[in-house]
Design a binder for this molecule. Structure first.
Ligand code: ADP
Ligand code: MG
Length: 246
């Protein structure tokens, strides 16, 4: 099976400072990854690369076994499969429904299909009756749920969430957590960043820990390696050794 997304020897610099440096990171289809690390550790940089919004200076990305060439035609196809929800998502003026429908309309979805997709996405975030509500009448947590509904409406294969629970009220946080936990079983690969070290205890995902732009302790990443490269004299390395290579 191919990784949904595989990063090899990726480096992203800001001026002469390294923002991110990863030897290898594989995201497998239908799994949940919790990306943790202190402020400035490279979480948002990594998410922007995974979302194909930032091209790293070095390294290679493969999507479902195909090398990404960063050509605009290819990117526009891939960006239909990969969606990033930013840490402070922007809702434009109008109704909740307008916002959730936005990406769908851009893809040519209309009529009954559009109406149904919007309703389904809002139901997933527990805002069924909010379709005609103006976005100025939403709480911070509700606005985040609308942004999440908009991201889900596109039915991405890979959903990237940058701190989706930061500054969110308890009720919205519970809805969002529950939804995120349910997505892998629906076939969506999810990477969510958080600076809450205990997030993983509640969501049961695999941890990707960053520190200073590098993978820290590759806990849970044993199978995150391309095992074909983890061989000594043709014999695969034991899991404990593999962990040190990541
Ligand atoms: P996190 O999301 O974990 O807080 P970031 O990916 O935002 O971390 O940042 C990683 C490092 O790169 C930090 O040191 C940050 O200051 C730096 N950085 C991020 N974006 C930029 C930028 N646009 N220009 C310069 N430095 C940046
Ligand atoms: Mg960040």
């Amino acid at each position: 099976m191919n990784a949904q997304l595989l990063l090899t020897s990726v480096q992203k610099c800001y001026g002469n400072k390294i923002g991110l440096e990863l030897k290898k990171l594989a995201l497998w289809p239908g799994r949940l990854y919790i990306l943790t690390g202190p402020n400035g550790s490279g979480k948002s940089t990594l998410l922007n690369i995974l979302a194909l919004l930032t091209k790293p200076e070095r390294g290679e990305l493969m999507y479902a076994g195909e090398r990404i060439t960063w050509k605009s035609r290819e990117l526009s196809l891939l960006r239909k499969k990969v969606t990033l929800m930013h840490q402070s998502p922007y809702l434009f003026a109008g109704t909740v429904s307008d916002n959730v429908a936005f990406g769908l309309k851009a893809r040519g979805v209309s009529g009954e299909e559009l109406r149904r997709s919007v309703a389904e996405s809002l139901a997933m975030v527990g805002l069924d009756s909010f379709e005609e509500r103006n976005v100025t009448q939403l709480s911070g947590g509700e606005a985040r749920r609308v942004a999440l509904a908009r991201a889900l409406a596109a039915k991405p294969e890979l959903l990237l969430l940058d701190e989706p629970l930061a500054h969110v009220d308890k009720e919205s946080a519970e809805v969002i957590e529950k939804l995120i936990a349910s997505l892998p079983a629906r076939g969506t690969t999810v990477v969510m960043s958080t600076h809450d070290q205990h997030q993983n205890d509640r969501l049961g995902g695999e941890m990707i820990q960053l520190h200073g732009g590098r993978l820290e302790q590759p806990f849970g990443l044993v199978d995150n390696l391309d095992t074909s490269e983890c061989k000594v004299n043709g014999a695969p390395l034991c899991p404990a050794l593999k962990m040190h290579i990541a």
